[in-house]
Design a protein around this ligand. Structure first.
Ligand SMILES: [Zn+2]
Length: 476
């Protein structure tokens, strides 16, 4: 009985702990017990956390606590005899497990099954990825590595992640590829920026543009190049309680490949836009802010660097003072997405790569071991892998320490920066694993639904991670 109560409490506590404004990355909330990750105990935070629960759940938990307290106090004289010291309570209710009764009610109230505490303490042997409880259909343990149990907060994250739409992701990507490779400095690049901005505005965002200059490389026999104006667009979901801190979700919208830059990096751009769409649903709130940036000039270098140069110093400044507005919320983490679809394995002896997504395909989460913020970035990377374990439906994730050659590099010395990709950039992509890379065949039609599904799994990973860290809730 008390274990069930404790289970509920700790789920709520972990939820509350997510809102400690002093914490950069929130992975210190967990402790590992065997293969099971559990929330850490922090009872002082518990009472704050109850207030954050959805209405019906909060009433249920408070009532439950009140009744429990009365019953326990009324029987304390009998003395503790159980291992948890609350035998009088269990005696009084005749062995009925109220917690077990409460769990289904809570589960039904939030439309998601919460696991009983047994699964917290004893991960069943042999239950692997894609498994589930035997003879008992269970949504929540599907795809969970080692049977990580589902808590109340997990259910909210699951609901947000469940709004990701495969067809919507594909349609956004198809829309982008209508502008060809969107190479920086071209008219098709400028039109794509307009289109991206229109998408963001259609979901209710106020958009902004960063203006900067880019100097093309000099070429032999040609006059010295002069700096040219460039732009990139971003939009922000403003946090409800901590608007002055934000996670940055990025991808680059420019390409070069003479095709349509569908995978590099239409696939990342569409992912960021699909997340922006979901997180600005009318009933979704996040406590912290989230900024969606579609960088330009990644292929030449310049867009992300310009953003950092112009806005690093503005972090966390309330402007105007007292307004509650933060033009540049403090960077708590930066998550980049660059090439999301193709994991067909390494080239064979004949130099050919399989036309099919390999069965071992995964999402590669990388941080830079050389970064000033490497420790924080590594924490963020492992947290994202945990989120993939819990919420991705088809493909697992792996963590590597060689993040390279993408926009997150400009941020890595200032905040916890990671990249999500189809492959490791240096070890795999750099060794010829993706024959579409910067080639005319990088067009929408080259990719299969299995490829798009890998991109969707990366989207699930980031959405779960950011929804959890930024404190997403759904108003009911
Ligand atoms: Zn790229």
């Amino acid at each position: 009985m008390m274990r069930e109560l404790a289970f509920l409490l700790f789920g709520a506590v972990r939820s509350a702990l997510h809102h400690d404004p002093n914490r950069r990355v929130r992975t210190d909330l967990f402790r590992r017990k065997g293969d099971v990750i559990q929330p850490k105990r922090d009872l002082p935070m518990f009472f704050r956390s109850i207030l954050r629960l959805p209405n019906a759940t909060r009433v249920g938990v408070l009532s439950f606590l009140a009744v429990s307290a009365v019953l326990w106090l009324g029987n304390a004289e009998a003395g503790p005899t159980s291992s948890l010291g609350f035998a009088p309570f269990d005696d009084l209710v005749g062995g009925t497990s109220w917690g077990s009764q409460l769990l289904p009610a809570v589960s039904e109230a939030i439309g998601c099954e919460v696991d009983p505490p047994d699964s917290v303490d004893t991960p069943p042997a042999g239950r692997g990825r894609g498994g589930g409880r035997q003879n008992q259909p269970s949504r929540n343990l599907r795809n969970v590595l080692g049977g990580v149990p589902m808590t109340l907060e997990d259910c909210i994250v699951a609901e947000v992640v469940g709004r990701l739409d495969f067809d919507s992701y594909k349609e956004i990507l198809r829309g982008l590829t209508a502008f060809g490779d969107r190479e920086q400095g071209t008219e098709r690049n400028a039109q794509a920026i307009d289109w991206i901005e229109a998408q963001l505005q259609s979901w209710g965002y106020e958009t902004e543009r960063l203006q900067y200059t880019y100097t093309p490389r000099s070429r032999e026999g040609e006059p010295d190049p002069v700096p040219e104006p460039r732009e990139e667009v971003y939009a922000t979901k403003i946090g409800s309680t901590t608007p002055g801190e934000m996670y940055i979700i990025g991808a680059h919208m420019d390409g070069h490949g003479f095709g349509a830059a569908a995978n590099d990096d239409g696939s990342g751009t569409a992912l960021v836009l699909e997340l922006a769409r979901i997180l600005n649903s009318p009933d979704v709130e996040t406590e912290m802010s989230i900024r969606f940036i579609l960088f330009n000039n990644e292929e030449t270098g310049g867009g992300a660097r310009a953003y950092v140069q112009q806005r690093n110093e503005l972090q966390g400044i309330e402007d105007p003072p007292g307004s509650g507005q933060y033009p540049e919320p403090r960077w708590v983490g930066m998550i980049q997405h660059d090439m999301m679809l193709w994991d067909h394995g390494m080239p064979g002896p004949d130099g050919q790569v399989s036309p099919e997504q390999r069965r071992e395909a995964d999402v590669n989460i990388e941080f830079a071991a050389s970064a000033d913020m490497a420790d924080e970035a590594q924490e963020l990377a492992w947290f994202f892998r945990t989120m993939n374990d819990r919420y991705a439906t088809d493909y697992p994730a792996a963590v590597g320490d060689r993040m390279s050659n993408t926009d997150s590099g400009s941020f890595q010395n200032y905040t916890a920066a990671i990249s999500l990709r189809e492959n490791e950039r240096l070890a795999h992509t750099g060794s010829g694993w993706n024959p579409t890379w910067h080639q005319p065949i990088d067009v929408f039609e080259t990719f299969s639904d299995k490829d798009f599904t890998l991109g969707l799994n990366a989207a699930q990973t980031t959405l779960a991670g950011v929804a959890s860290l930024a404190g997403a809730t759904i108003r009911r």
